[in-house]
Design a protein around this ligand. Structure first.
Ligand SMILES: Cc1ncc(COP(=O)(O)O)c(C=O)c1O
Length: 415
Protein backbone atom coordinates (compact mmCIF):
# COMPACT_ATOMS: atom_id res chain seq x y z
CA UNK A 1 0.00 0.00 0.00
CA UNK A 2 1.34 3.47 -0.86
CA UNK A 3 1.88 5.85 2.04
CA UNK A 4 -0.97 8.19 2.84
CA UNK A 5 -0.42 11.94 3.13
CA UNK A 6 -2.95 13.55 5.45
CA UNK A 7 -2.84 17.35 5.80
CA UNK A 8 -0.58 18.66 8.56
CA UNK A 9 -2.45 20.51 11.35
CA UNK A 10 -2.53 24.27 10.77
CA UNK A 11 -2.99 27.15 13.19
CA UNK A 12 -6.72 27.64 13.36
CA UNK A 13 -9.69 28.41 15.58
CA UNK A 14 -10.21 24.64 15.87
CA UNK A 15 -6.62 24.10 17.02
CA UNK A 16 -6.96 26.87 19.58
CA UNK A 17 -10.23 25.42 20.92
CA UNK A 18 -8.62 21.99 21.15
CA UNK A 19 -5.76 23.43 23.22
CA UNK A 20 -8.20 25.16 25.55
CA UNK A 21 -10.42 22.06 25.76
CA UNK A 22 -7.45 19.89 26.69
CA UNK A 23 -6.98 22.08 29.78
CA UNK A 24 -10.58 21.98 31.03
CA UNK A 25 -12.33 18.96 29.45
CA UNK A 26 -11.09 15.44 30.24
CA UNK A 27 -9.28 14.02 27.25
CA UNK A 28 -9.85 17.27 25.38
CA UNK A 29 -13.17 15.76 24.30
CA UNK A 30 -15.01 12.57 25.21
CA UNK A 31 -17.70 10.28 23.91
CA UNK A 32 -18.76 9.71 20.34
CA UNK A 33 -18.18 13.33 19.35
CA UNK A 34 -14.43 13.24 20.02
CA UNK A 35 -12.93 13.98 16.60
CA UNK A 36 -10.38 11.18 17.05
CA UNK A 37 -13.12 8.84 15.81
CA UNK A 38 -13.29 10.70 12.47
CA UNK A 39 -10.77 10.90 9.61
CA UNK A 40 -7.27 12.27 10.33
CA UNK A 41 -7.42 16.05 9.97
CA UNK A 42 -11.13 16.26 10.87
CA UNK A 43 -12.29 19.32 12.78
CA UNK A 44 -13.27 18.95 16.44
CA UNK A 45 -15.72 21.86 16.53
CA UNK A 46 -18.69 22.93 14.43
CA UNK A 47 -19.86 26.54 14.53
CA UNK A 48 -23.20 26.40 12.73
CA UNK A 49 -25.50 24.47 10.47
CA UNK A 50 -28.28 25.29 8.05
CA UNK A 51 -30.31 22.81 6.03
CA UNK A 52 -28.00 20.08 4.80
CA UNK A 53 -24.82 22.06 5.45
CA UNK A 54 -22.61 22.37 8.53
CA UNK A 55 -19.79 24.88 8.96
CA UNK A 56 -16.76 24.23 11.14
CA UNK A 57 -15.22 26.88 13.37
CA UNK A 58 -12.68 27.73 10.65
CA UNK A 59 -15.42 28.43 8.15
CA UNK A 60 -15.16 25.24 6.07
CA UNK A 61 -18.53 24.03 4.85
CA UNK A 62 -19.59 20.42 4.47
CA UNK A 63 -22.73 18.81 3.16
CA UNK A 64 -23.78 16.80 6.18
CA UNK A 65 -24.02 13.02 5.78
CA UNK A 66 -23.73 12.33 9.51
CA UNK A 67 -26.66 14.48 10.67
CA UNK A 68 -25.42 14.77 14.27
CA UNK A 69 -25.33 10.94 14.44
CA UNK A 70 -29.01 10.75 13.58
CA UNK A 71 -31.09 13.51 15.17
CA UNK A 72 -31.22 15.76 12.10
CA UNK A 73 -33.91 14.50 9.72
CA UNK A 74 -35.22 17.74 8.24
CA UNK A 75 -31.94 19.64 8.06
CA UNK A 76 -30.29 21.93 10.57
CA UNK A 77 -32.38 24.81 11.92
CA UNK A 78 -35.50 23.82 10.04
CA UNK A 79 -37.57 27.04 10.01
CA UNK A 80 -40.86 25.50 11.15
CA UNK A 81 -39.24 23.45 13.91
CA UNK A 82 -37.20 26.40 15.16
CA UNK A 83 -40.24 28.71 15.06
CA UNK A 84 -42.19 26.24 17.22
CA UNK A 85 -39.25 25.96 19.64
CA UNK A 86 -38.89 29.76 19.81
CA UNK A 87 -42.60 30.26 20.35
CA UNK A 88 -42.52 27.83 23.27
CA UNK A 89 -39.29 29.34 24.60
CA UNK A 90 -41.06 32.73 24.79
CA UNK A 91 -43.57 31.10 27.16
CA UNK A 92 -40.93 29.21 29.12
CA UNK A 93 -39.40 25.77 29.06
CA UNK A 94 -38.76 24.24 32.48
CA UNK A 95 -41.48 24.71 35.10
CA UNK A 96 -42.77 23.19 38.36
CA UNK A 97 -45.23 21.18 36.32
CA UNK A 98 -45.41 19.92 32.75
CA UNK A 99 -47.10 21.95 30.03
CA UNK A 100 -49.72 21.09 27.43
CA UNK A 101 -47.10 20.15 24.81
CA UNK A 102 -46.41 16.94 26.75
CA UNK A 103 -49.97 15.69 26.37
CA UNK A 104 -50.09 16.80 22.74
CA UNK A 105 -46.87 14.96 21.96
CA UNK A 106 -48.02 11.77 23.68
CA UNK A 107 -51.27 11.98 21.71
CA UNK A 108 -49.40 12.58 18.46
CA UNK A 109 -46.91 9.75 18.93
CA UNK A 110 -49.50 7.18 19.99
CA UNK A 111 -51.38 8.17 16.83
CA UNK A 112 -48.30 7.52 14.68
CA UNK A 113 -46.90 4.36 16.32
CA UNK A 114 -49.65 1.81 15.84
CA UNK A 115 -49.08 -0.47 18.88
CA UNK A 116 -48.34 2.37 21.34
CA UNK A 117 -51.05 3.11 23.93
CA UNK A 118 -48.96 5.56 25.92
CA UNK A 119 -45.74 7.57 25.79
CA UNK A 120 -43.36 8.89 28.45
CA UNK A 121 -40.59 11.39 27.73
CA UNK A 122 -36.92 11.61 28.61
CA UNK A 123 -33.89 13.34 27.13
CA UNK A 124 -31.50 10.75 25.66
CA UNK A 125 -31.82 7.35 24.08
CA UNK A 126 -30.06 5.75 27.04
CA UNK A 127 -32.76 7.09 29.35
CA UNK A 128 -35.41 5.39 27.22
CA UNK A 129 -33.67 2.02 26.76
CA UNK A 130 -32.82 1.87 30.47
CA UNK A 131 -36.36 2.75 31.48
CA UNK A 132 -37.70 0.12 29.07
CA UNK A 133 -35.85 -2.59 31.00
CA UNK A 134 -36.98 -1.17 34.36
CA UNK A 135 -40.59 -1.26 33.20
CA UNK A 136 -40.22 -4.79 31.79
CA UNK A 137 -38.71 -6.01 35.07
CA UNK A 138 -41.29 -4.22 37.20
CA UNK A 139 -44.11 -5.73 35.14
CA UNK A 140 -42.79 -9.31 34.99
CA UNK A 141 -41.14 -9.43 38.41
CA UNK A 142 -38.16 -11.06 36.67
CA UNK A 143 -34.60 -9.91 36.02
CA UNK A 144 -33.18 -11.58 32.90
CA UNK A 145 -32.73 -9.64 29.66
CA UNK A 146 -31.52 -11.00 26.33
CA UNK A 147 -29.56 -8.53 24.21
CA UNK A 148 -27.55 -8.94 21.02
CA UNK A 149 -23.79 -9.20 21.33
CA UNK A 150 -22.19 -5.88 20.38
CA UNK A 151 -25.50 -4.01 20.13
CA UNK A 152 -25.36 -0.39 21.27
CA UNK A 153 -28.24 0.57 23.54
CA UNK A 154 -26.51 3.51 25.23
CA UNK A 155 -23.82 4.33 27.74
CA UNK A 156 -25.40 3.43 31.10
CA UNK A 157 -23.54 0.87 33.24
CA UNK A 158 -25.70 -2.02 31.94
CA UNK A 159 -24.94 -1.30 28.29
CA UNK A 160 -21.82 0.84 27.83
CA UNK A 161 -19.46 -0.83 25.36
CA UNK A 162 -16.52 -0.01 27.66
CA UNK A 163 -17.50 -1.16 31.16
CA UNK A 164 -14.54 0.42 32.98
CA UNK A 165 -15.92 2.02 36.13
CA UNK A 166 -19.05 -0.13 36.28
CA UNK A 167 -19.66 -3.17 38.48
CA UNK A 168 -20.25 -6.72 37.16
CA UNK A 169 -23.60 -6.51 38.94
CA UNK A 170 -24.79 -3.94 36.41
CA UNK A 171 -24.74 -6.67 33.75
CA UNK A 172 -25.46 -9.64 35.99
CA UNK A 173 -28.80 -10.47 34.42
CA UNK A 174 -27.92 -9.90 30.77
CA UNK A 175 -27.60 -12.80 28.33
CA UNK A 176 -26.20 -12.33 24.83
CA UNK A 177 -27.52 -13.68 21.56
CA UNK A 178 -26.34 -13.09 18.00
CA UNK A 179 -28.55 -10.89 15.81
CA UNK A 180 -30.69 -12.94 13.37
CA UNK A 181 -29.50 -16.21 14.98
CA UNK A 182 -32.40 -18.14 16.52
CA UNK A 183 -30.16 -20.91 17.91
CA UNK A 184 -28.16 -18.33 19.85
CA UNK A 185 -31.36 -16.90 21.35
CA UNK A 186 -32.28 -20.40 22.48
CA UNK A 187 -28.88 -20.79 24.12
CA UNK A 188 -29.22 -17.41 25.86
CA UNK A 189 -32.67 -18.39 27.03
CA UNK A 190 -31.36 -21.67 28.43
CA UNK A 191 -28.79 -19.69 30.45
CA UNK A 192 -31.47 -17.27 31.66
CA UNK A 193 -33.86 -20.04 32.69
CA UNK A 194 -37.35 -19.02 33.79
CA UNK A 195 -36.25 -15.51 34.77
CA UNK A 196 -36.81 -13.83 31.38
CA UNK A 197 -38.12 -10.26 31.73
CA UNK A 198 -37.34 -8.94 28.25
CA UNK A 199 -35.59 -9.29 24.94
CA UNK A 200 -34.15 -6.04 23.62
CA UNK A 201 -33.44 -5.78 19.91
CA UNK A 202 -32.77 -3.07 17.34
CA UNK A 203 -34.76 -2.85 14.08
CA UNK A 204 -31.63 -3.98 12.23
CA UNK A 205 -28.10 -4.74 13.30
CA UNK A 206 -26.32 -1.39 13.04
CA UNK A 207 -23.27 -1.92 15.25
CA UNK A 208 -20.55 0.67 14.54
CA UNK A 209 -17.53 -0.50 12.60
CA UNK A 210 -19.11 -3.73 11.37
CA UNK A 211 -21.12 -4.64 8.27
CA UNK A 212 -24.79 -4.10 9.07
CA UNK A 213 -27.49 -6.75 8.86
CA UNK A 214 -31.15 -6.16 8.06
CA UNK A 215 -33.54 -8.10 10.25
CA UNK A 216 -34.80 -11.42 8.94
CA UNK A 217 -38.59 -11.28 9.40
CA UNK A 218 -38.63 -14.86 10.75
CA UNK A 219 -36.18 -13.79 13.42
CA UNK A 220 -38.39 -10.88 14.50
CA UNK A 221 -41.44 -13.16 14.51
CA UNK A 222 -39.57 -15.76 16.53
CA UNK A 223 -38.65 -13.14 19.18
CA UNK A 224 -42.29 -12.02 19.33
CA UNK A 225 -43.55 -15.59 19.73
CA UNK A 226 -40.92 -16.38 22.35
CA UNK A 227 -41.84 -13.33 24.43
CA UNK A 228 -45.53 -14.28 24.17
CA UNK A 229 -44.79 -17.84 25.25
CA UNK A 230 -42.64 -16.77 28.22
CA UNK A 231 -44.71 -13.77 29.30
CA UNK A 232 -41.67 -11.55 28.63
CA UNK A 233 -41.54 -8.09 27.05
CA UNK A 234 -40.21 -7.48 23.54
CA UNK A 235 -38.34 -4.15 23.56
CA UNK A 236 -37.52 -2.51 20.22
CA UNK A 237 -34.66 0.00 20.39
CA UNK A 238 -35.79 2.59 17.85
CA UNK A 239 -33.31 5.23 19.04
CA UNK A 240 -31.27 5.22 15.82
CA UNK A 241 -33.79 3.94 13.25
CA UNK A 242 -37.01 5.51 14.51
CA UNK A 243 -38.74 7.85 12.01
CA UNK A 244 -36.09 6.99 9.40
CA UNK A 245 -36.97 3.48 8.29
CA UNK A 246 -40.65 4.38 8.42
CA UNK A 247 -42.99 7.02 9.82
CA UNK A 248 -44.05 4.84 12.73
CA UNK A 249 -42.70 1.51 13.93
CA UNK A 250 -39.66 0.31 12.01
CA UNK A 251 -41.10 -3.21 12.16
CA UNK A 252 -44.59 -2.24 10.97
CA UNK A 253 -43.73 -3.57 7.52
CA UNK A 254 -42.96 -7.06 8.83
CA UNK A 255 -45.99 -7.07 11.10
CA UNK A 256 -44.12 -7.50 14.40
CA UNK A 257 -45.14 -5.18 17.24
CA UNK A 258 -43.03 -4.87 20.37
CA UNK A 259 -44.45 -4.33 23.87
CA UNK A 260 -42.10 -1.43 24.56
CA UNK A 261 -39.98 0.81 22.34
CA UNK A 262 -37.29 3.36 23.04
CA UNK A 263 -37.01 6.43 20.79
CA UNK A 264 -34.93 9.59 20.57
CA UNK A 265 -32.67 11.12 17.88
CA UNK A 266 -35.01 11.92 14.95
CA UNK A 267 -38.00 12.79 17.14
CA UNK A 268 -36.99 16.44 17.64
CA UNK A 269 -34.80 17.27 14.63
CA UNK A 270 -31.91 18.06 16.97
CA UNK A 271 -33.83 19.12 20.07
CA UNK A 272 -33.21 16.92 23.13
CA UNK A 273 -36.09 14.50 23.46
CA UNK A 274 -36.48 10.77 24.00
CA UNK A 275 -39.58 8.66 24.43
CA UNK A 276 -40.59 5.31 25.81
CA UNK A 277 -43.77 3.95 24.26
CA UNK A 278 -45.67 0.83 25.12
CA UNK A 279 -48.83 -1.17 25.50
CA UNK A 280 -51.68 -0.79 27.96
CA UNK A 281 -50.92 -3.84 30.08
CA UNK A 282 -47.77 -2.14 31.38
CA UNK A 283 -49.51 0.87 32.93
CA UNK A 284 -49.95 -0.58 36.46
CA UNK A 285 -46.23 -1.44 36.71
CA UNK A 286 -45.23 2.02 35.49
CA UNK A 287 -47.49 3.68 38.02
CA UNK A 288 -45.59 1.86 40.78
CA UNK A 289 -42.03 2.75 39.74
CA UNK A 290 -40.39 6.14 40.25
CA UNK A 291 -38.75 7.58 37.19
CA UNK A 292 -38.08 11.21 36.37
CA UNK A 293 -35.51 13.84 35.39
CA UNK A 294 -35.12 17.57 35.97
CA UNK A 295 -35.42 18.29 32.25
CA UNK A 296 -37.62 15.43 31.09
CA UNK A 297 -40.72 17.65 31.15
CA UNK A 298 -39.21 20.65 29.34
CA UNK A 299 -41.61 22.03 26.79
CA UNK A 300 -39.30 23.47 24.09
CA UNK A 301 -38.06 20.11 22.83
CA UNK A 302 -41.64 18.79 22.88
CA UNK A 303 -42.83 21.74 20.81
CA UNK A 304 -39.94 21.10 18.41
CA UNK A 305 -40.87 17.44 18.23
CA UNK A 306 -44.52 18.23 17.45
CA UNK A 307 -43.37 20.50 14.62
CA UNK A 308 -40.87 17.90 13.36
CA UNK A 309 -43.60 15.26 13.19
CA UNK A 310 -45.97 17.71 11.47
CA UNK A 311 -43.43 18.52 8.78
CA UNK A 312 -42.49 14.88 8.31
CA UNK A 313 -46.13 13.82 7.93
CA UNK A 314 -46.98 16.69 5.58
CA UNK A 315 -43.90 16.48 3.39
CA UNK A 316 -43.40 12.72 3.33
CA UNK A 317 -39.87 13.16 4.67
CA UNK A 318 -39.29 9.46 5.23
CA UNK A 319 -40.10 8.71 1.58
CA UNK A 320 -37.79 11.55 0.51
CA UNK A 321 -34.97 10.11 2.65
CA UNK A 322 -35.55 6.69 1.10
CA UNK A 323 -35.36 8.17 -2.41
CA UNK A 324 -32.21 10.17 -1.66
CA UNK A 325 -30.63 7.22 0.12
CA UNK A 326 -31.26 4.97 -2.85
CA UNK A 327 -29.61 7.50 -5.19
CA UNK A 328 -26.55 7.58 -2.92
CA UNK A 329 -26.51 3.79 -2.54
CA UNK A 330 -26.67 3.16 -6.30
CA UNK A 331 -24.12 5.91 -6.94
CA UNK A 332 -21.64 4.48 -4.43
CA UNK A 333 -21.86 1.00 -5.91
CA UNK A 334 -21.42 2.34 -9.46
CA UNK A 335 -18.37 4.36 -8.37
CA UNK A 336 -16.81 1.40 -6.56
CA UNK A 337 -17.17 -0.62 -9.77
CA UNK A 338 -15.79 2.23 -11.89
CA UNK A 339 -12.67 2.57 -9.74
CA UNK A 340 -12.28 -1.18 -9.24
CA UNK A 341 -12.48 -0.81 -5.46
CA UNK A 342 -13.78 -3.70 -3.39
CA UNK A 343 -16.22 -2.10 -0.95
CA UNK A 344 -19.02 -3.32 1.26
CA UNK A 345 -22.17 -1.24 1.48
CA UNK A 346 -24.63 -2.47 4.09
CA UNK A 347 -27.48 -1.29 6.28
CA UNK A 348 -30.55 0.67 5.24
CA UNK A 349 -30.58 3.20 2.39
CA UNK A 350 -31.33 6.01 4.85
CA UNK A 351 -28.43 4.89 7.10
CA UNK A 352 -25.74 3.39 4.84
CA UNK A 353 -22.48 1.93 6.14
CA UNK A 354 -19.49 1.78 3.81
CA UNK A 355 -16.31 -0.17 4.53
CA UNK A 356 -13.54 -1.90 2.65
CA UNK A 357 -13.42 -5.67 3.25
CA UNK A 358 -10.23 -7.17 4.55
CA UNK A 359 -8.70 -4.06 6.05
CA UNK A 360 -7.91 -4.16 9.74
CA UNK A 361 -6.35 -0.70 10.17
CA UNK A 362 -9.11 1.55 8.76
CA UNK A 363 -6.56 3.08 6.37
CA UNK A 364 -8.89 3.00 3.37
CA UNK A 365 -11.94 4.24 5.24
CA UNK A 366 -9.84 7.09 6.64
CA UNK A 367 -8.58 8.00 3.17
CA UNK A 368 -12.10 7.80 1.79
CA UNK A 369 -13.60 10.03 4.49
CA UNK A 370 -10.70 12.50 4.28
CA UNK A 371 -11.16 12.81 0.51
CA UNK A 372 -14.91 13.34 0.96
CA UNK A 373 -14.24 16.04 3.56
CA UNK A 374 -11.75 17.75 1.28
CA UNK A 375 -14.45 17.78 -1.39
CA UNK A 376 -16.91 19.25 1.12
CA UNK A 377 -18.86 16.26 2.46
CA UNK A 378 -18.95 15.20 6.12
CA UNK A 379 -19.05 11.41 6.48
CA UNK A 380 -17.80 9.02 9.15
CA UNK A 381 -15.13 6.38 8.53
CA UNK A 382 -16.41 3.79 11.03
CA UNK A 383 -20.09 4.47 11.60
CA UNK A 384 -23.18 4.44 9.45
CA UNK A 385 -24.06 7.73 7.80
CA UNK A 386 -27.50 9.38 7.94
CA UNK A 387 -29.52 10.94 5.13
CA UNK A 388 -31.63 14.02 5.82
CA UNK A 389 -34.68 15.12 3.87
CA UNK A 390 -33.04 18.55 3.49
CA UNK A 391 -30.64 17.35 0.79
CA UNK A 392 -31.39 18.87 -2.59
CA UNK A 393 -30.78 16.97 -5.82
CA UNK A 394 -27.91 19.38 -6.51
CA UNK A 395 -26.36 18.59 -3.12
CA UNK A 396 -26.77 14.89 -3.82
CA UNK A 397 -24.82 15.41 -7.05
CA UNK A 398 -22.10 17.20 -5.02
CA UNK A 399 -22.03 14.32 -2.57
CA UNK A 400 -21.52 11.85 -5.39
CA UNK A 401 -18.69 13.98 -6.78
CA UNK A 402 -17.06 13.86 -3.35
CA UNK A 403 -17.52 10.10 -2.93
CA UNK A 404 -16.06 9.72 -6.43
CA UNK A 405 -12.97 11.53 -5.09
CA UNK A 406 -13.06 9.15 -2.14
CA UNK A 407 -13.02 6.04 -4.33
CA UNK A 408 -10.30 7.54 -6.54
CA UNK A 409 -8.17 8.16 -3.43
CA UNK A 410 -8.72 4.60 -2.19
CA UNK A 411 -7.91 3.20 -5.65
CA UNK A 412 -4.71 5.28 -5.67
CA UNK A 413 -3.34 3.74 -2.48
CA UNK A 414 -3.87 0.26 -3.89
CA UNK A 415 -3.89 -2.93 -1.85
C1 LIG B 1 -29.67 2.11 18.94
C2 LIG B 1 -29.27 3.10 19.98
N1 LIG B 1 -29.76 2.96 21.23
C3 LIG B 1 -29.46 3.83 22.21
C4 LIG B 1 -28.61 4.88 21.96
C5 LIG B 1 -28.27 5.82 23.07
O1 LIG B 1 -28.80 7.07 22.81
P1 LIG B 1 -28.21 8.37 23.53
O2 LIG B 1 -26.83 8.56 23.01
O3 LIG B 1 -29.14 9.46 23.12
O4 LIG B 1 -28.25 8.11 24.99
C6 LIG B 1 -28.08 5.07 20.68
C7 LIG B 1 -27.19 6.19 20.39
O5 LIG B 1 -26.52 6.25 19.39
C8 LIG B 1 -28.42 4.15 19.67
O6 LIG B 1 -27.94 4.29 18.43
Amino acid sequence: MNSIAFPAPVASVDADLRRRAAAVIPGGMYGHQAAKHLWPGAPQFIASGEGAVVRDVDGREYIDLLCSYGPIVLGHRHPEVEAAAREQAMLGDCFNLPGPRMVELAERLTGIVDYADWAMFQKNGTDATTLALTVARAHTGRKGVLMATGAYHGAAPWCTPIPLGTTPGARADLYNYRYNDIASVEAALAACGDDLAAIIVSPFRHDAGLPQELVEPEFARYLRALCDEKGAMLVLDEVRCGMRLGFGSSWAGIGVAPDLSAWSKALGNGHPIAALMGIDVLRPAIEKIFTTGSFWFSSVAMAASLATLDVMAREGSVARMHTLGQVLWDGLLAQAAKYGVDCSLTGHVTMPYLCFPGESDWAKTDVFAAACAKAGVFTHPRHNWFISAALSDAQMAQILEATGEGFAAVAAIGD
